[in-house]
Ligand binder design. Structure first.
Ligand code: URA
Length: 250
């Protein structure tokens, strides 16, 4: 029996070399260990004989008998993240992460951007680096829409400031779309905001600049894709059309 080795902490989904090979070669893990032990496997040009070495499928170049491993078929998964789940692959403190919600944890996927622990809503996971980079790149302006409940009544001028752009410590925000939905209990404001950037805690900080705090934050749409029928905590595959719409030039 091999001792169980924990993956090093970090945000990237790592797999053991043995697991990656057995999946790619559709052989058993025992067979994969033998291939590795025989020195048939290289990681980034270096022979690795430790089957428990952690590898990053997207970043490490893995070859067997001199042939690069075949790329996995691209996958695009939409998750309705509940609050209380971290957008990270592993939490050293053992708290639940969005990866715990995936039906197939073995599948190699990483998240496109992040949602705060206290934010719920849509999150995309993929194994396609180019797609992820494009979606995260503010120059492509993929709009993300959030439902916000703010801790006080925000007048029209306050919402207009959000629309025009607010000075934050890391620079002014780009113009945003803002739609007032209702005043909750006469003491709070519920509105939707659509932004094309994804800075750290951006919506929360924008609302804080108006001397209010965010009581509830839900990402209700990424581009034209809305939550629809998706249940909280569940996933569905994005359709080809959805993937194309998200990546087409704007
Ligand atoms: N803005 C935030 O403040 N938090 C999120 O999780 C997403 C956008």
């Amino acid at each position: 029996m091999n001792p169980v080795r924990r993956p090093p902490p970090g945000d990237r989904p790592l797999k053991t070399l043995e697991r990656v090979l057995s999946k790619a070669g559709a052989g058993s893990r025992t067979e994969a260990r033998k291939w590795i032990a025989k020195g048939r496997v290289k990681v980034n040009g270096r022979v690795v004989t430790d089957p428990d070495e952690w590898v990053d499928l997207e970043r490490d170049k893995i070859a067997m008998d001199g042939k690069p491993l075949a790329k996995e078929t691209p996958a695009y998964v939409l998750l309705y993240k509940p609050t209380g789940y971290l957008t990270t692959y592993r939490d050293p403190a053992g708290r639940p992460t969005v990866f715990d919600l995936l039906p197939d944890r073995e599948r190699y996927l990483f998240t496109v951007g992040r949602l705060d622990l206290d934010t719920s809503g849509l999150l995309i996971l993929t194994n396609d680096t180019a797609f992820a980079e494009r979606l995260n790149n503010p120059d492509y302006k993929v709009p993300k829409t959030y439902l916000v409940k703010a801790s006080k009544v925000l007048d029209d001028e306050a919402l207009e400031r959000l629309r025009r752009g607010i000075e934050l410590e890391d620079g002014p925000t780009r113009p945003a779309k803002v739609e007032r939905l209702r005043e909750a209990g006469g003491t709070k404001t519920v509105f939707e905001i659509t932004i094309t950037e994804g800075r750290n805690r951006q919506v929360r900080r924008m609302v804080e600049a108006l001397d209010a705090i965010v009581l509830k934050l839900v990402r209700v749409a990424i581009g034209p894709i809305r939550i629809g029928d998706l249940q909280m905590g569940k996933t569905r595959e994005l359709t080809k059309d959805e993937v194309n719409t998200l990546t087409k030039g704007r």
